[in-house]
Design a protein around this ligand. Structure first.
Ligand SMILES: O=C(O)CCC(=O)C(=O)O
Ligand SMILES: [Fe+2]
Length: 440
């Protein structure tokens, strides 16, 4: 990126960083009625129940019940248990929405689905849950809520990690400080947060996990307006300023923001992926950027940026599937068969490229195909970018004149024409320029 453009983009990049300070998790304790803490569960041929009211008394009264029921299993699926607790009714769902989505909570409705009951005990080696990420059940699932029921325990801290930061929530300590009967502990986090449960060294740790989904208006159970945070405002104002600057993209161009979160993506029956659906599922600062762009009338879409090796970057509208053969010219194939547009040519290669000189890329492209079979859910890693069009929508830029940016590493980059485009390269796209014209 040129330094002048860098200078122009700096406030925007700073504002994005500010938005990113919102943690991808939240935790605390929540007071509910002791009646909410009655748990029913299948046991042999019948159903039994436990009242979780007071952490201190739980172990003594119920150890045997838990032992015989859970010692082997450690977890129970939804069809085998039920609890009176309703996170929506007691306000916990709203709390989680406001604190986790924070930046754009007011625009979102969420839905919770109970998922699993986990029991960790201290006998033997002590139970734990090794580091993992929860498998998203569909594109709308954005996170998990763990409710820790009030039972005395030591150890069993829930360790969370994301993007270099880490935190531990020690529910045992929370209960040890004498919470009133009916206090539960909770932790909620985005699906791309890695988490693990440390070994329980005394007592029992009992949790119920919930899947968190973005919901549309009709299914919404939780919704409330929240004030815009300063970070969100800062980004929107920086964007407005940069757009008002006549030196910025006077001939139009594209801005790219590398996504900060991972998202599950499902394919249709034919194995094709559509990035469009993901736009409504963005989280955290990704969602803030999209929202600000819309506010300022910009067209934004998700593109996937392939590092076609040797530093060539090719931008495609959709993940490329079905390329499992050896190709000679990956950049060419991406451009010709998948509508890819080359957005960065390494300086050493630029000369050849301009002369249309063929360069052989003999690469096995399997490694670029992160996505498998029909209906398979896969995570996208940092390669997907939110691309925002400035100026003429759908305008095809001359790839040899672009200003480079590295969307796979930098959060903000720019794709900028330095010449007046050739009219024959312009695409008439009245729908906001989601398409990028194929190389003819
Ligand atoms: O019990 C917990 O704290 C976490 C459980 C968990 O991570 C899971 O069930 O996937
Ligand atoms: Fe988990």
């Amino acid at each position: 990126m040129t330094s002048q453009l860098n200078d122009l983009l700096k406030p925007l990049a700073d504002a994005v960083k500010e938005c990113g300070k919102n943690a991808p998790w939240c935790s605390g304790t929540w007071l509910v009625s002791p009646a909410d803490l009655k748990l029913y569960f299948d046991c042999g041929t019948g159903t039994r129940s436990i009242q979780f009211a007071n952490p201190a008394t739980f172990g003594a009264n119920h150890e045997d019940v838990l032992d015989e029921t859970y010692r082997k299993a450690g977890k129970m699926d939804l069809e085998h248990f039920a609890i009176n607790l309703n996170p929506e009714r007691v306000g916990l769902a709203l709390e989680v929405k406001l604190r986790l989505l924070g930046l754009d909570a007011d625009e979102r409705n969420i839905r919770l689905e109970p998922y699993k009951l986990n029991v960790y005990e201290s006998t033997g080696k002590g139970s734990f849950f090794k580091a993992h990420k929860d498998t998203p059940r569909g594109e709308k699932m954005f996170g998990s809520l763990v409710v820790v029921l009030p039972t005395a325990h030591e150890g069993g801290g829930l360790l969370l990690r994301h993007d270099g930061s880490e935190m531990v929530f020690d529910s045992g300590k929370e209960f040890a400080v004498g919470k009133p009967p009916g206090a539960i502990a909770f932790v909620a986090f985005y699906s791309d947060v890695e988490h693990e449960v440390q070994q329980v060294v005394s007592g029992h740790r009992v949790t119920i996990t919930y899947n968190l989904y973005f919901a549309d208006e009709r299914e919404a159970l939780v919704s409330a307006p929240a004030a815009l945070t300063p970070a969100v405002n800062q980004f929107s104002v920086s964007l407005k300023n940069i757009l008002a600057n006549p030196e910025f993209f006077s001939k139009g161009g594209l801005l790219g923001f590398g996504l900060k979160h991972q998202y599950p993506l499902s394919s249709d029956k034919r194995g094709n992926f559509d990035l469009k659906n993901l736009l409504s599922c963005l989280k955290g600062e990704d969602a803030v950027i999209l929202r600000a762009c819309k506010e300022h009338g910009l067209t934004a879409s998700l593109k996937i940026i392939y590092d076609a090796n040797d530093g060539w970057l090719v931008m495609c509208d959709r993940p490329v599937v079905g390329l499992s053969y050896q190709v000679d010219d990956l950049v060419g194939d991406l451009a010709n068969d998948f509508g890819g547009v080359c957005i960065w040519v390494p300086p050493l290669d630029a000369e050849y490229y301009q002369e249309q000189a063929a360069r052989a890329w003999r690469k096995t492209v399997n490694q670029f195909i992160a996505y498998g079979n029909e209906a398979e859910l896969a995570y996208l890693y940092g390669q997907v970018s939110l691309i925002v069009e400035i100026g003429i929508p759908g305008q095809r830029q001359d790839p040899s004149t672009i200003v480079p940016f590295d969307v796979t590493k930098d959060l903000v980059g720019a794709y900028k024409p330095t010449d007046v485009p050739n009219p024959s390269d312009l695409t008439a796209d009245e729908n906001g320029g989601d398409e990028i014209e194929d190389d003819a």
